[in-house]
Design a protein around this ligand. Structure first.
Ligand code: HEM
Length: 402
């Protein structure tokens, strides 16, 4: 076993420059072609391991020898200078290990269970239908991102959390700054404080006047500090709308390039599988999931030493031919709505696997089925723009007509 780099060291995060906009940045796939674990360099200059193979990514995300605790001094960070300036003593549970991670996650698990989300479907359908009514009223063109893909998940998560939707402009622009890898540390700190401050005030109001929503229930607990509740609120609010919104717009843009596959959405028997395939191929968390090794671990032919950072690249793992390819199916870098993509890793894997995945699935299924059923003539109507500067890949605009 060796820790000697055998391939060039790739600076992270890689940029999208040309090529197919639905693919991860080419340097990630190029690294994957050389082996499942390669060397990469973080913006601060520290080396880390980039893990691109399906089996190895699952190991990193499920093996307790890899930590998700952002307070670890060697935790890999994708923004230079962030360690000194941005890491708080009070991270949200996405960036904590068990048992504290599990303790906090359990407090909200019930809110996002499949059964709970299934009961929400009529409400999500209503939100989707109303967004389409507004988008199509008296006009024949729209920007699918601002008129549909963004408002739908934003309205849903606001409703669940009990966040007034009138405030969405404010927290949306702050969360954009937080997710923008080109933001300066100063901008990131301001945005982080802005969203936390907003959630702190809201939580205080919910404690005084509880309503039937997630934030009110969290605010009423005496085993969470107000800081914990605010951090959890930010996580749910940001994770709950930016991700799903970008999946809706990217999926629509991709399907418009493959109209022959759109009927795969119309049949309730194939719709869930079609959404898994879109999640697999688009894997919007291009930059990978950060972890740090707590012990030496043999992984994909190298020794990852205790204290070394690791980035688990979901996008390359999700294109593994051995897992998702096979006779009768298109290559894994192509869309095939009839492929069995159930093992896809777009929601991560292991104890931090996406808490909101039942909700995201329901939103995607309802939004995409309804969009293409109600607007069968939907087609592009101008220059589309991708969001390449964000930690969550997506679209800035998608002009459409019908
Ligand atoms: C298509 C949409 C979505 C995608 C692709 C996605 C992706 C992910 C991924 C990859 C992780 C794992 C991060 C890690 O292990 O480091 C994660 C965690 C998480 N997601 Fe999502 N997500 C989506 C939608 C949502 C929604 C709608 C919510 C709603 C609240 C949500 C809430 C969370 C939370 C709370 C975590 C942290 C879980 C933990 O640490 O235990 N996500 N998500």
């Amino acid at each position: 076993m060796t820790t000697t780099p055998t391939t060039p060291v790739l600076p992270l995060p890689a940029r999208h420059s040309g090529g197919c906009p639905f693919d991860p940045p080419p340097p990630y796939s190029e690294a994957a072609a050389t082996g499942p674990v390669t060397r990469a360099k973080l913006p601060d200059g520290d080396l880390c391991w980039m893990v691109t193979g399906f089996a190895e990514v699952r190991t990193v995300l499920s093996d307790r020898r890899f930590s998700a605790d952002i307070r670890h001094p060697a935790f890999p960070l994708l923004v230079a200078g962030a360690r000194e300036e941005l890491i708080t003593d009070n991270p949200d549970f996405l960036r904590l290990d068990d048992p504290e991670h599990a303790r906090q996650r359990r407090m909200v698990t019930g809110e996002f269970l499949v059964k709970r989300v299934e009961a929400l479907r009529p409400e999500i359908q209503r939100i989707v239908d109303e967004a389409l009514d507004r988008m199509t009223a008296g006009r024949t063109t729209a920007d699918l991102v601002t008129d549909f893909a963004l408002p739908v998940p934003s309205l849903v998560i606001c409703l669940l959390l009990g966040v007034p939707y009138e405030d969405h402009d404010r927290f949306q622009s702050l969360s954009r700054t937080m997710l923008n890898r080109e933001s300066t540390v100063e901008q990131l700190r301001e945005a982080q404080e802005g969203v936390l401050g907003y959630l702190r005030d809201l939580t205080a109001r919910k404690r005084a006047q509880p309503e039937d929503d997630v934030l009110s229930r969290l605010a009423a607990r005496d085993d969470l500090t107000p800081e914990d509740v605010a951090a959890m609120g930010v996580l749910l609010l940001v994770a709950g709308h930016e991700t799903t919104a970008n999946m809706i717009s990217l999926s629509t843009a991709l399907l418009l390039e493959h109209p022959e596959q759109i009927p795969g959405l119309a049949d309730p028997a194939t719709l869930p599988g079609a959404v898994e395939e879109l999640l697999r191929l688009l894997t919007i968390v291009h930059t990978g999931l950060p972890r740090v090794a707590l012990e030496d671990v043999e992984l994909g032919g190298v020794t990852v030493r205790a204290g070394e950072g690791v980035m688990a690249m979901l996008s390359t793992a999700n294109r593994d031919e051995a897992v998702f390819g096979g006779a009768g199916h298109r290559a894994t870098d192509e869309l095939d709505l009839y492929r069995d993509a159930r093992r896809q890793l777009a929601f991560g894997f292991g104890v931090h696997q996406c808490l909101g995945q039942p909700l995201a699935r329901a939103e995607l299924q309802i939004a995409l089925e309804t969009l293409f059923r109600r607007l069968p003539g939907l087609r592009p109507a101008g220059e589309r723009e991708f969001r390449t500067e964000s930690f969550i890949y997506g679209m800035r605009s998608l002009p459409v007509t019908w």
